[in-house]
Design a protein around this ligand. Structure first.
Ligand SMILES: [Zn+2]
Length: 382
């Protein structure tokens, strides 16, 4: 489970693919790269709620949105440009682990391509992220790259629940990545200076997402506003590096994930609880382990129970202070899964397979759980 999803704002075209229009709907059009490759209903079911969510925050789109279904994964070239690469879904980034690029938005000058969204799979977070870029590109404001990426990352952290997008906002990947390898002052300054038209390296581009998320998350919490204009007004543009350092210190402090999880798991809305749990395995610490375990004791909803158990199991050894704590967590999670009753047959089967894979495995030992976890992706994949 080393997935590090990322959606990227890219300036220039990826080549001269010929696109076939699949259909035109209210306010958007779907195009496909290879004929017959797209399941129209599936895309519509994802794009409609993603577009509705983005319009609720940022106002209605002025122009029809052009969505392109890519036939292959995206790969970033070292000059920051995207190329479609048929074989690989993830790529190494200097100083970081593997990163998967799931989509991009073109802000180029070529009218045939500008404003378009290019995505591989109709995943809702990716669509929300790219639609935020597309909507912001319609405005007059020239935003720094980090700020625009931060807005897109914040708004696209969540999940689809009962046909609506439920935003969480706390994104585990950038938090864990920045906490493990925080950029120094010079690198921070160079990332803060990028605008959406700058040419940047893959690392700078990824860092703009990570730093952007952290700073915008802090601005969002500080202002208690959902309006990005308020966030922009709250940032100290006269002393950007100092203000960014101050905000990074605050966001990356150790108690933040625990505080966030505790508050979100206390919500009576189970969509909010599910959204908060996704990715929580990346935050593994004894404190987070205790919060998830405590929530599991109280939780009545079968889906949230599975989400708690799966994220606990995926957290690895750091989720408990010692071996007996880890054993207890694994026992509790396994018991939850073996008693669970998910309504979707494929997910119920995945849970059974996971329980069988865990039966004889010691805590931390590699099990044959990969395929089962794949079938339960919506519970852990952020
Ligand atoms: Zn982006």
């Amino acid at each position: 489970m080393s997935w590090r999803p990322l959606t990227i704002l890219i300036l220039t075209t990826v080549g001269c693919a010929t696109w076939r229009t699949v259909g035109s709907y209210e306010g958007w059009t779907l195009h496909e790269e290879s004929p017959g490759s797209v399941q129209e209903d599936l895309w519509r079911a994802q794009v409609e709620p993603a577009k509705a969510a983005v319009e609720a925050w940022l106002g209605p789109f002025q122009d029809s949105v052009q969505i392109h279904a890519l036939a292959g994964p995206v790969r970033l070239a070292e000059d920051g440009r995207g190329v479609v690469h048929a074989a690989e879904a993830s790529q190494p980034v200097a100083g970081m682990r593997q990163t998967e690029v799931r989509g991009y938005h073109l802000q180029g000058t070529d009218p045939a391509q500008a404003g378009g969204i290019f995505v591989r799979d109709p995943s809702l977070p990716t669509l929300v992220h790219e639609l935020v870029h597309a909507r912001l590109a319609e405005g007059e404001d020239e935003l720094p790259l980090w700020f625009e990426e931060g807005i897109a990352c914040l708004l696209s952290d969540g999940l689809m629940f009962e046909e609506h997008w439920v935003r969480d906002g706390f994104s585990a990947w950038p938090w864990a990545e920045l906490r493990a390898r925080r950029p120094d002052g010079l690198e921070l300054q160079s990332v803060l200076e990028l605008d959406s038209m700058s040419t940047s390296s893959v690392r700078e581009n990824v860092l703009a997402h990570l730093i952007g998320w952290a700073l915008v998350f802090d601005l969002w919490r500080e202002t208690r506003s959902d309006d990005w204009h308020t966030w922009r007004a709250a940032f100290d543009w006269e002393h950007p590096v100092q203000d960014a350092q101050r905000r990074l210190n605050r966001v990356l402090s150790e108690p933040v994930p625990g505080e966030w999880l505790r508050a979100r798991l206390a919500s009576s809305n189970r969509g909010v609880r599910l959204a908060a749990l996704r990715g929580s395995w990346k935050l593994a610490s004894p404190e987070v382990g205790a919060i998830l375990l405590g929530a599991l004791e109280l939780e009545k909803d079968p889906e949230v129970q599975v989400a708690l158990a799966v994220n606990l199991l995926a957290s690895g050894g750091h989720v408990a202070a010692d071996g007996s704590g880890l054993l207890h967590i694994h026992e509790r999670a396994r018991k939850t899964l073996s008693q669970s009753s998910l309504p979707t047959p494929s997910e119920a089967l995945a849970v059974r397979t996971l329980v069988l894979a865990l039966e004889d495995a010691a805590p931390g030992e590699t099990t044959d759980a990969g395929a089962a976890l794949e079938g339960l992706r919506r519970f852990w994949d952020e």
